[in-house]
Write a protein that binds this ligand. Structure first.
Ligand SMILES: C[S@@+](CC[C@H](N)C(=O)[O-])C[C@H]1O[C@@H](n2cnc3c(N)ncnc32)[C@H](O)[C@@H]1O
Length: 345
């Protein structure tokens, strides 16, 4: 889904996440690091608008951005915020941190070692990727090289990219003996963002990373005949955590933030990989017109399949129902007379 002012909205969500973490963590105050700070607006907003951080370190390698960062940080005093002109690819002396934000132009890959090496266990990482071209399938070779995964193509590719990103982060954690679970992971217009929790003693039961074979997959049609991934196959969000999220009073985009939270909270109830779309169902089932999404959600829910709209694409819906059941309901919802081909038999 594309949002105007995507970055302002994204920072609104950073504040919402920090508020939720603060309410969940109680009085403990966190040491944070914004690895790629630019002018510092993201971490300084969180510092100013939530009670989560006791101190923030902000690093920036570009001298002209750093000059602005230094001036912005000065308003908070050295106890609360500190700026360093520094390459974030190596851990700073203040490590470890309870919260690390990694918000690059492009891929987080070059910074991931420094990020993990600087994380206290437990801690929370916030990771952005804007290399959607790679993660969402336009350059599969680069995806293999960068993330060790084969991407999806087509309409489900952005969610596929998010799941590849999470799977890759989970593998990075696992190689350090650390477990990872997503608190909140979502597809923005032109970027992916994941808030993940790191915890000690990674156990196999927490590692939901594997390849997905389109020939065996019973959810929405993912296309092709060769396995995609490895990718994160479990929930993108923690429902209990997402329920704590509220639009911050200081939100720059309150209406869009409220809509996104509403979608994420509804979707959190549906643990299913990928989503269906009315147009796609109409095409696959040769229906004259797409089935109404509200009606699809109502009927599937009535039959006991958790189903909700997805934030990833307007008109898309996520359901635990298998493809055959969704297709059956789509045929029922569409007017029988409007079918473009007669039923077999
Ligand atoms: C996408 S911007 C960060 C935006 C910021 N987090 C925000 O929300 O406004 C990425 C920043 O990382 C900086 N950067 C790039 N490579 C870096 C490195 N190796 N170490 C530190 N900063 C770096 C760039 O100069 C740029 O300002």
């Amino acid at each position: 889904m594309f949002y105007n002012g995507a970055m302002a909205l994204d920072r609104d969500l950073s504040v919402a996440v920090a508020n939720a973490l603060a309410s969940r963590a109680g009085p403990r105050s966190w040491a944070a690091w914004e690895m790629l700070a630019a002018t510092g607006v993201r971490a300084l907003r969180v510092l100013n608008e939530s009670g989560l951080f006791s101190s923030v370190l902000l690093t920036e390698a570009n001298p002209s951005a750093y000059r602005v960062l230094e001036a912005n940080v000065a308003r908070f005093g050295p106890e609360r915020a500190r700026a360093l002109l520094r390459n974030a690819r190596s851990p700073p002396p203040d490590a470890p941190f309870d919260f690390i934000d990694l918000d690059p132009y492009g891929s987080p890959a070059p910074f991931v070692s420094s990020c993990f090496d600087s994380a206290r266990i437990p801690s929370v990482l916030a990771v952005t990727a804007t290399d959607l071209r790679v993660l969402a399938g336009a350059d599969p070779t680069a995806c293999e090289r960068r993330y060790g995964a084969r991407p999806l193509r087509g309409r489900l590719a952005p969610e596929g990219g998010l799941r590849i990103l999470l799977g890759w982060l989970a593998r990075q954690a696992r190689s350090r003996g650390v477990g990872l679970r997503p608190l909140l992971a979502y597809v923005g217009g032109h970027y992916l963002r994941a808030y993940v929790e790191l915890f000690d003693e990674a156990a196999d039961r927490d590692f939901f990373v594997s390849t997905v074979d389109p020939r065996d997959f019973t959810g929405p049609s993912i296309g092709g005949t060769t396995p995609v991934g490895p990718l994160w196959t479990s929930a993108l969000v923690d429902p209990a955590f997402v329920d704590l999220l509220e639009v911050p009073r200081s939100a720059a985009r309150p209406r869009e933030a409220a809509r996104l939270l509403e979608l994420l909270q509804g979707e959190a109830r549906v643990e299913a990989m990928f989503f269906f779309e009315a147009n796609e169902l109409a095409r696959e089932e040769a229906l004259a017109s797409p089935p109404r999404v509200d009606e699809m959600i109502r009927r599937l829910s009535e039959r006991g399949w958790p189903t909700a709209r997805t934030h990833v694409r307007a008109g898309g819906f996520r359901t635990t129902a298998p493809r055959a059941e969704v297709a059956k309901v789509a045929r029922e919802v569409a007017e029988p007379a409007s079918r473009t081909r007669p039923e077999a038999g």
